[in-house]
Design a protein around this ligand. Structure first.
Ligand SMILES: NC(=O)c1ccc[n+]([C@@H]2O[C@H](COP(=O)([O-])OP(=O)(O)OC[C@H]3O[C@@H](n4cnc5c(N)ncnc54)[C@H](O)[C@@H]3O)[C@@H](O)[C@H]2O)c1
Length: 372
């Protein structure tokens, strides 16, 4: 685990932030900072608790958290493959077999987005819903998937097709977890951070540009602030549109239409954030063509993605037809059209229903499409 060449820690505990997600009787707090202060007190001693984690994270942290919460540990294989019906069945079997759980029990999701989605969905459906706490351990899970209560598993026909909205009881984004996160996973999480910058507006993006080297070096204070800014932004969106009913929350899918297509077409080639980074570049290109986004803004965002180490090129071998088929299979489809989140300006996303035709593909794929 690479932590040797990191800058010396100079963490200021005053940097810790606690952000409220105001959803009436489903309101909760998201704690961002170093450490898990308040976690033990948040779970009643009388409640039985189960930590759901994956093999990688469990090896590093399960014993400590299990000791802290007096909880038993349930471990699943690492990776997207665990968001499956088969794995969910195995999780239920392990939750129910010891007969120590009831409706007051608490599930603790300790891991990245895969564990948050799987354990969250198990919590949403066990005994018609039990409480759960998110302890996200990847940057992506801290800035995105642990906020807002979307839980899901995949089906052979597509990603996240079986799921529920189920808000956690609380979330602790302990940046100490990031110390063992592989660089590629950390950088992949930065794609969702840049997405937040684009959707939030110029000021947030400028902050990211100014602190790019500190972000890459995982400086404690800069990373804490960055995560808290993302959480604050997403919490506000979720408060306005908890169940993606008004279109506000759907704006968070910026870059995800082509991103999901790339993940489906090349399952082992990119991490989620890497595919989203490429998808954002395509969405920016389409935004310039269709909703008059200033080309300089598209260039600015693409440059930031590149500086932070994310891919920005659509692979030359990507076939337009294959991409079309997958995008049309997207949940957001509508006849032969796909709802793309486009950008009129920084902080001004708009959803546009785009018919998939050769003109659209030409724009989306960029100059390389001329060769095919
Ligand atoms: N629910 C939502 O709103 C939402 C939003 C975005 C993404 N997602 C989902 O999130 C998933 C991707 O999440 P992810 O990128 O966190 O992937 P992940 O959960 O697979 O974690 C990535 C890898 O890092 C390892 N890992 C995690 N934390 C670690 C740590 N601290 N130290 C060392 N290794 C660690 C894991 O074992 C895994 O191998 C996808 O399934 C996606 O659909 C959900």
């Amino acid at each position: 685990m690479r932590r040797d060449n990191w800058p010396k820690r100079t963490y200021n505990p005053a940097m810790a932030e606690s952000i409220q997600v105001s959803l009436g009787d489903r309101a909760y707090r998201i704690h961002v900072g170093r450490g898990l202060d308040g976690l033990s007190a948040a779970v009643p001693a009388s409640a039985s608790k189960v930590i759901v984690t994956d093999k990688n994270v469990g090896r590093l942290y399960a014993q400590k958290i299990s000791h802290m919460l007096n909880a038993r540990v349930l471990t699943v294989p690492a990776g997207e493959g665990s968001k499956s019906l088969g794995q969910l069945e195995s999780v239920f079997a392990q939750l129910l077999a010891p007969r120590d759980l009831d409706r007051q029990s608490v599930i603790v999701a300790l891991g990245g987005g895969v564990i948050g989605d799987l354990a969250g969905f198990a919590a949403a459906t066990l005994f018609r819903g039990v409480r759960y706490i998110q302890l996200p351990t990847t940057l992506l899970a801290m800035v995105d998937s642990s906020v807002g209560g979307k839980t899901a598993i995949n089906h052979e026909t597509g990603k996240n097709l079986i799921g529920a909205f189920h808000q956690p009881q609380a979330v602790w984004c302990d940046i100490a977890f990031l110390e063992t996160l592989p660089t590629r996973e950390y950088v992949s999480g930065l794609a969702e951070v840049i997405k937040t910058g684009v959707l939030s507006g110029s000021a947030f993006l400028a902050k990211l540009e100014q602190s790019a080297s500190a972000i890459v070096a995982r400086n404690d204070e800069v990373v804490t602030r960055m995560i808290a800014d993302c959480v604050r932004f997403k919490a506000a969106v979720v408060e306005q549109d908890e169940t993606e009913a008004t279109g506000r929350r759907a704006m968070l899918n910026f870059g995800h239409t082509l991103g999901h297509a790339l993940e489906n077409l090349y399952p082992d080639r990119w991490l989620h954030g890497e595919a989203v980074a490429i998808g954002m570049v395509a969405a920016l290109r389409l935004s310039v063509a269709r909703v008059a986004l200033d080309a300089a803004v598209a260039e600015r965002v693409t440059r930031l993605l590149h500086v932070l180490g994310l891919p920005t090129e659509i692979p030359p071998e990507l076939e337009a037809q294959a991409a079309t088929a997958v995008m049309l299979g997207d949940k957001k489809r509508d006849g032969g059209a796909v709802g793309f989140v486009l950008l009129k300006a920084l902080g001004e996303p708009v959803i546009q229903s785009c018919t998939i035709d050769s003109a659209l593909l030409h724009t989306l794929m960029g100059p390389r499409d001329e060769r095919t």
